[in-house]
Design a binder for this molecule. Structure first.
Ligand SMILES: *Cc1c(COP(=O)(O)O)cnc(C)c1O
Length: 397
């Protein structure tokens, strides 16, 4: 097999061909190489520009700008680093409130919390699983009166579904509250024809190994405001002031992306459109193959956009299904397929026990019933059918 186009099995997996169907483990979202990573890597190595600067970084930032519609992009060491830099350039200070949907990965708020901010978790819509703009509007109105507005509202594109950014921007615009889009899962998704994240003051993207395309680790911070991105660029390289010696007026970070990773990322961003189509096809295959099972429902696609279905998620209602999310997960595991419960709401995480929140019943219900199925585009159709068959078996007694 060609290791460029499909991930190698982990060392513990049975060998290919051995016992024919003695199949490799199906991962949740394994990296799927495009094939010409090696050419990009070779030119980076030939050029000698391997540090977080130079032509590969510039080309990667331009490619991300083209894919996201933003005028200014900074390549970063991770999506979390991009979020941290966003909070830095928004001047988040200790005690500031940062509002975010509770239904997300902890990295959405972790850097702000580490800066001393207080997270406040808002609920999501059942029809999209993204931040509820009506709740946000009501909460902003209530917070404006006592002068307790958040320093920033974070919208999150979940599992490749763009958040309702237009409504969120309108709600926040009334109070001059900036919106940061955590689009780590949203690359390739659209909102009314625009790329996910577009329109936010800042947007953060991830090129981690499990995302729709990868740099083998990495991220990007994007904005239409050149000043914000220039400040982030300064902070990402230890905040060195212009001087011959080392001079610093603030402390920064080592958050630049290596050119070696940018080379991988360049090859991957080039195949983004195909990867979106492939993730959507996997979701459609699951939805069709499981459509008749009572109590099983695939993640809804919001009417305002086109989701990538970065991860194919389903809900299992135990009353109507006669089985449970956890039984489906165990059956998949027994069939050699990795699946994961959907995000556990941050408001229910031990670390955020004392954090304020607004609503949360929708996120909690999603967590009770939600499961992410294997979604990597390197999967074969036979592997997708194995997932469908193992899931269906849970409905037979
Ligand atoms: C993956 C992810 C991140 C973090 O990205 P990294 O590149 O892994 O640091 C942040 N937010 C969400 C919602 C994510 O899914």
């Amino acid at each position: 097999m060609n290791y460029l186009v499909s991930p190698r099995p982990p060392p513990t997996a049975p060998a290919f061909g051995a016992g024919a169907a003695a199949a490799r483990r199906i991962h949740l979202s394994a990296p799927h190489l495009a094939g010409d990573e090696i050419d990009h890597l070779r030119s980076v190595l030939d050029s000698g520009w391997v540090a977080p600067a130079g032509p590969a970084i510039a080309a990667f930032e331009a490619a991300v700008g083209a894919a996201t519609g933003f005028a200014h992009v900074l390549a970063t060491a991770s999506g979390t680093a991009a979020l941290h830099l966003a909070y830095r350039v928004l001047d988040i200070a200790p005690g500031d409130e940062v509002w975010a949907p509770g239904f997300t990965f902890i990295a959405t708020v972790a850097p702000a919390v580490q800066m001393g901010a207080v997270p406040r978790f808002l609920d999501v819509c059942p029809g999209s699983w993204t931040l509820d703009p009506d709740l946000l509007r009501a909460e902003l109105r209530a917070a404006a009166r006592p002068g307790r507005l958040p320093r920033v509202v974070v919208a999150v594109d979940i599992y490749g579904q763009a958040s309702e950014l237009d409504a969120i921007l309108a709600a926040c615009g009334r109070y001059d509250v900036p919106v940061l889009s955590d689009s780590a899962e949203g690359l390739g998704a659209t909102l009314r024809g625009r790329p996910a994240g577009r329109g936010a003051r800042l947007a953060a993207y991830s090129f981690n190994g499990n995302k729709i395309v990868t740099a083998g680790g990495g991220g990007a911070l994007a904005s239409d405001d050149p000043v914000l991105v220039a400040r982030a660029r300064h902070l990402a390289a230890h905040a060195k002031d212009p001087a011959a010696h080392y001079q610093h007026s603030t402390t920064g970070h080592a958050y630049g992306m290596s050119s070696v990773l940018a080379a991988v990322g360049l090859a991957q961003v080039a195949v983004l459109a195909g990867r979106v189509a492939a993730r959507r096809a996997i979701f459609a295959r699951y939805a069709a193959g499981l459509a008749d099972l009572p109590g099983l429902s695939p993640m809804p696609e919001a009417p305002w956009g086109r989701a990538t279905h970065w991860l194919s998620a389903i809900l299992v209602d135990p009353v109507r299904a006669g089985t449970t999310r956890d039984r489906v997960r165990a059956a998949l595991e027994a069939a050699g397929a990795e699946s994961r419960p959907v995000w556990k709401p941050l408001s229910d995480q031990p670390v955020f026990r004392d954090a304020p929140s607004a609503g949360g019943a929708v996120a909690r219900a999603l967590f009770a019933q939600g499961l992410c199925l294997p979604s990597g585009t390197g999967m074969t159709v036979a592997e997708q059918d194995r997932v469908i068959a193992a899931t269906r078996a849970c409905w037979r007694g």
